[in-house]
Design a binder for this molecule. Structure first.
Ligand code: GUN
Length: 283
């Protein structure tokens, strides 16, 4: 029976550490705010945006919310980003994704100054991460590294399999694990013998976006299983990419959904905002 990795508790610990740091920075006269931009009123995005604003209030940093209508022109959004890029008190800029179809996410991501790219999505941030240079790290993969480290799970020398190759999770996850001296394989929908490969993993990170896809037959006894997925099942209950009930019997540690990886993303966003206020991006 696996240890359940409590992402809520670990994210709370991180936010409490950040709160103290923010107080110290204030005493040194260092303050700043996160600007959050939402285009349209997708309900899931509205929940994420609200959680981000609440987290800023909790750790004691400012937040500026921009709620733009669905039909906002791309140029208008780019102009707002340009304006925020030039405001010294704005230390982080986050544009909630996905954006409406008529706006290029690529252009928007590239418009944010890398010094304010608290999502870590700008090509300069991605390149810096790849070579270990200073830059913001993407929040979900950085949060997973924190979950593992703070749960006492050693990465060095371990066989890690990342299932999923997205720019936001799979690819950066693999790079961050490599940085921790793990041996990393990225698997995806075209991987041959996915089951056989996953079964070799000491640490299995699942980010495939398919509800309850990974069952016990994919997992080695004693493996650590991290579930990045979030879906609603047929009963409208939240579930992940992993069949939690059967995999927990076999794994040595596992993250639940909800309450595993999800809360870590916001904690790491706050971490990045505080780095932005310190003027010292992490390497
Ligand atoms: N939409 C879903 N996750 C994220 C995220 O981490 N950052 C942004 N900007 N949008 C998202």
């Amino acid at each position: 029976m696996a240890v359940i990795i409590d992402g809520k508790q670990i994210s709370q610990q991180i936010k409490d550490e950040l709160k103290l740091k923010v107080e110290k920075l204030k005493a040194e006269g260092k303050t700043g705010a996160l600007a959050v931009i939402q285009v349209g009123d997708d309900p899931a995005s509205s929940v994420y945006v609200r959680n981000k604003k609440n987290a800023c209030a909790y750790i004691g940093i400012g937040s500026l919310a921009y709620e733009l209508p669905e039909d906002t022109a791309e140029e208008e959004l780019l102009a707002l980003i340009g304006e925020l890029n030039g405001k010294p008190e704005v230390k982080g800029i986050l544009v909630q994704l996905p954006l409406p179809g008529h706006i290029s996410e690529d252009k928007v991501i590239k418009a944010i100054r890398p010094e304010k790219d608290v999502d870590g999505f700008h090509p300069q941030s991605v390149g810096a991460m790849a070579i270990g240079a200073p830059g913001f790290l993407p929040c979900t993969p950085a949060g997973i590294i924190q979950l593992l480290k703070r749960s006492g799970i050693e990465l060095e020398g371990k066989r890690c399999v990342v299932v999923g190759r997205s720019n936001i999770v799979g690819k950066p996850m693999a790079l961050l694990m490599l940085r921790e001296n793990a041996t990393v394989t990225i698997a995806h929908s075209r991987t041959k013998d996915l089951k056989g490969l996953c079964k070799q993993a000491d640490i299995l990170i699942v980010a495939i976006g398919k509800p309850q896809f990974i069952g016990a037959e994919y997992v080695k006894e004693g493996a650590v299983v991290i579930d990045v997925g979030i879906h609603r099942d047929e009963n409208n209950k939240l579930c992940g990419d992993v069949k939690f009930d059967e995999v927990k019997e076999l794994a040595s540690a596992i993250t639940p959904v909800p309450g595993g990886v999800g809360p870590m993303t916001i904690a790491m966003l706050m971490h990045n905002c505080v780095q932005g206020i310190e003027g010292d991006r992490e390497g």
